[in-house]
Design a protein around this ligand. Sequence first.
Ligand code: ZN
Length: 498
Amino acid sequence: MNDKLQQLKEKLKLLRMYDHALGIISFDFETIVPKDAREEEADVLNFFANEHFKIRNSDESKKLVLDLYKEKDSIEDPLDKKLVEYLYDDLQKTINMTPEFDLKMSEIYSKAYNTWLEAKEKKDYSLFKDSFKDVLEIQKEAVALREKKLDNYYDNLLNDCEEGVLQEDLDKFFAELKEGLLELMDKIKHSKHVIRDDFLSRNVPIYKQEAFSNYLLKLNGYDLNKGALTTTEHPFTTPIARNDARVTTHYYEDMFLSNIFSIIHEGGHAILMQNERDCDHDHFINDHVSNGMHESVSRFYENVIGRSKEYIHLIYPKLQETFDEFKDVSERELYEAVNIVKPSLIRTEADEVTYGLHIIIRYEMEKMLSNGKLSVDDAPAMWNKLYKDYLGVDVPNDAEGILQDVHWTSGFGYFPSYALGNSYNAMYVKRLEKELPFKELVKKGDFASINKWMKENVFIHANVLTPKEWLKELTGESLSPKAFLEYLNNKYKDIYQF
Ligand code: ZN
């Protein structure tokens, strides 16, 4: 058996080489590839991804995983055992797929990405529609090919993103969340307090924003020797290698807050990546944190810390020093402005209260589209209707409507993670506040202590537990939006004085 484990690890070392190269090409693809070279680079990416698939899905690899899985109870090292279980689960998804099918799937996704970019630029959903149909079709075929699957089609996709958190849990979770958010929005709507926001669209040169981004990343504990920062259309973070977690942002001259919160959010993802255990890397089970768990961390830094009174107090002097554009803005005005609640069209620019409704709309749409209750042709009309119903806003065009997010160019299942992330962190912050003088530490800028707590409690078992197990171990409770709604109500009561 040890022999087989050794052989398996040799294969995984080789696959890691491919992953590294693929990571760099994808990073290039999403950041600086010229427009006219996009298609050719996508072919290169798909080629190497397919080579990766062929190694992973070769008869030899399959046999190793299946043999080891049969003997898994006699594997001594618990992380080796975990590795075999993960590989076995992954194999159930691809065992009946041919390399040709895998290549076709990648090609459909990259074509969808390119048509989406064009459709968004031209604000015209009809240009994306056929690609969208192809994506949903191939995703359906891929699920049908699985050796083991859940009865409901959409549950499989949700399960891929957040193991064990299915429609049954999400329906209940979102119903409670929606009710709480609408109640809170109503209170805010009736508040007489006016938040000053005239300075949010002031022009700020990009070189100043760059300097501030570096300050924020360092301040929060991101290690610039183990990562890099660059720009992209849609900010993201990617773990290229053990000592290389890269973040990206987007600078808008007339929306300086957009970059600030992208940086804090993406920096949060990267702090998790930079603090994964070495033993997880050594056993090839790193980067196995669920999307919801990851989002809980990024949104902990972005919102719980980044939009707190204490953090604004901490960064206010440096902000004044860097940007003379805001000399007439007080600390309290800045704090209120970063928390202003305004129902709007774009998810990524939404405040903490309305954000959840953007997610609920996407969840309901994915459910209807997956369960045959809505057609791809009718999707934009449904999108616009839900925005009117839940947020009270009229969608002026597809670019600011159904085409705003990149996610549907590669299928369904991701969106609920964002809302789950908010609720997960609200639950564990309650424990953090009991064990550390959290607010004082933020005010002082003592991120070493906060990050140490995160590492020892939140990150430590994130690669080996399912989201439900992890949440239970961390908080002793099961999933609920209660703590999150409580956090929002306390915060906004003070801001909007109701
Ligand atoms: Zn994120």
